[in-house]
Ligand binder design. Sequence first.
Ligand code: IDP
Length: 152
Amino acid sequence: MIERTLVILKPSALQRGLVGEVTHRFERKGLRLAGMKMMQLTDHLLDEHYAHLINKPFFQRVKDSMMAAPVIACCIEGVDAVQTVRTLAGPTNGRLAAPGTIRGDYSMSVQENIIHTSDSPENAAVELTRFFKPEEMFAYKQVAFDYLYATD
Ligand code: IDP
């Protein structure tokens, strides 16, 4: 099933100069960039985006960290894209994430863990609507598409 998912390159990715490196990993995997934009997150947007963390003691710290610099929001597409992107990202704590994952290779932190990735197809749909207008996401067929999924 072709899915779209939201990836946010967090301020930690921009501060560390990892935007190209992280984006390259998704491209090399065979995932397709359907949308990409730089934006400054706001308190209001983060209240919605991180609503599941609202009662956590670190909620404000996480929001401040997400507003400390601009972010780059990406719409990434592919078969099973939500889980594939989560696997490439690794678990939340960068210190526990396996080498080879984005967080495992570039993060020593729970908070400053380089990227956000949607955790389910349902949440991906909600999050993409929150961060992108319909006309900011683009449908086109990658030339390698038939090779990428040849035996599926
Ligand atoms: P996820 O980003 O791996 O899906 P969530 O539990 O949804 O993890 O948490 C959202 C973000 O909040 C994390 O990526 C991380 O930046 C931050 N966060 C989560 N737990 C903690 C914590 O215990 N301390 C500090 N920041 C945290």
